[in-house]
Design a protein around this ligand. Structure first.
Ligand code: ZN
Length: 324
C-alpha cells in the first residue's frame, strides 16, 4: 500500500486555468463533469451527469438490478471525487466487503475514460428498491479505497477507510472527515430514467476550499454560507440529478444562483476500457511457466475482461515462448 492519500486537502485540485462561461451556452446534458464555484463562500464543486456512458457500462454485464444500481453509484462517486483532483493517470475506487456485492471497482482516467465492474453472490441479493442502494444491505462490512495511479516510476497514492454509512455518499463523507479533514457534501442518484429504461446517473459534490491564511480567517458569514449551500444541495432531488430534460447548468443555477455560482468548462466522459489483446497476452506471459504449459494443453485459452466483458482467445501457438 502506498503513502496515505491527502490530495483533496492540498487544494491542488482547484479548477485553475478555466474560464467562466455564460450560463446558457454549453448545455450538453450528458456524460460530463461540470465544475463550479461559489466564491463568496469559498466553495467549489462538481456536478456529474451520466447517460449513455453509464447505461453502456451497466449493460455490458447482465447485472441484477441491485448490483447495477450500486455499481452505477460507485462509478458516479469515483468521477465526482476524481474531478476534485489534479492528476495524470487513473483514479480508482474499490470496495471489498462481506456482503452480497463483495467487490466493486470503478475507475476514471484523466481523459475521461470510465469503466467499472462488480462481483456478487446472486443468491444473497436483496430485492431491488429504487433510491440510494443500501451499503449495509448490499455491500456489508469492509473497506473503501481510493487510489491514484500516475503510471510507472511514480508514487501511487492510496487512501483507505472502513465502510461506515448507510450509502456510498455517506461512506465517502466519512472518509473525508477521517482522513482528509475537509468538509465535503456528496449526493448521488442512479435510476432507469432514460429512454426505454436506460440507466442514468448523477452526482453532486461541494467542498470547502482551504482559504489563504487558513481557516482562522473565515468569517461567520462564510460558515453560514457553507451551511446554506449544504441545505440548498439537499434540495436537489434524486430525479433532478438524473433528469435528461434538465441540463446540468440549469440545475446548478436553480440551486445556487442567489449565491453567485460560477460554472466552468465541462470535461467529457465516455465508457472506454483500457484492455487489449497485447495487454492480456503480456499478463498471461508473466505467469509461471508451469501455468503457461497447462494453458497450452487446451486448444484455446479464453480470457474475459471483467470490466467490459470482451473475450480474447489464445491458441497454444499464441502462448509459445517468444523468440529472443
Ligand atoms: Zn476491457
Amino acid at each position: 500500500m502506498g503513502p496515505s492519500l491527502s490530495l483533496w486537502a492540498s487544494g491542488r485540485g482547484v479548477n485553475s486555468g478555466v474560464f467562466v462561461l455564460p450560463a446558457e451556452t454549453d448545455l450538453r446534458p450528458d456524460d460530463l463533469i461540470q465544475p463550479f464555484r461559489i466564491d463568496p463562500f469559498a466553495l467549489r464543486g462538481r456536478l456529474v451527469r451520466l447517460g449513455p456512458t453509464i447505461d453502456r457500462i451497466l449493460s455490458q454485464h447482465d447485472y441484477p438490478e441491485p448490483v447495477a444500481a450500486v455499481l452505477g453509484e460507485a462509478i458516479t462517486l469515483a468521477i465526482v471525487l476524481a474531478g476534485a483532483l489534479k492528476y495524470d493517470g487513473v483514479f480508482t475506487l474499490q470496495t471489498k466487503s462481506d456482503g452480497p456485492v463483495r467487490l466493486i471497482v470503478a475507475d476514471v482516467s484523466t481523459e475521461g475514460a470510465v469503466r467499472g465492474y462488480a462481483q456478487y453472490d446472486r443468491q444473497r441479493l436483496p430485492e431491488y428498491h429504487p433510491g440510494n442502494p443500501s451499503v449495509p444491505e448490499l455491500i456489508g462490512s469492509g473497506y473503501i479505497a481510493f487510489t491514484v495511479d500516475q503510471g510507472e516510476h511514480t508514487e501511487r497514492y492510496q487512501g483507505i477507510v472502513e465502510l461506515a454509512g448507510a450509502t456510498l455518499a455517506e461512506c465517502a463523507q466519512h472518509y473525508f472527515r477521517q482522513s482528509e479533514q475537509i468538509q465535503a457534501g456528496i449526493k448521488l442518484s442512479v435510476a432507469r430514467a432514460g429512454e426505454n429504461g436506460a440507466w442514468r446517473a448523477g452526482g453532486l459534490m461541494l467542498q470547502r476550499v482551504p482559504p489563504e491564511g487558513g481557516y482562522k480567517v473565515i468569517a461567520d458569514d462564510v460558515e453560514d454560507g457553507w451551511r446554506r449551500a449544504m441545505v440548498l444541495m439537499s434540495t436537489a432531488t434524486p430525479g433532478e440529478l438524473v433528469d435528461p430534460e434538465l441540463p446540468p447548468r440549469r440545475l446548478l443555477f436553480r440551486l445556487f444562483h442567489e449565491d453567485g455560482v460560477r460554472v466552468f468548462e465541462t470535461h467529457p466522459l465516455e465508457a472506454r476500457c483500457r484492455c487489449s489483446r497485447e495487454r492480456i497476452s503480456r499478463i498471461l506471459r508473466s505467469f509461471p511457466q508451469d501455468d503457461i504449459d497447462d494453458m497450452r494443453q487446451d486448444p484455446v485459452t479464453t480470457v474475459t475482461c471483467e470490466f467490459c466483458n470482451t473475450s480474447y482467445e489464445f491458441t497454444p501457438d499464441d502462448l509459445a515462448p517468444l523468440d529472443s
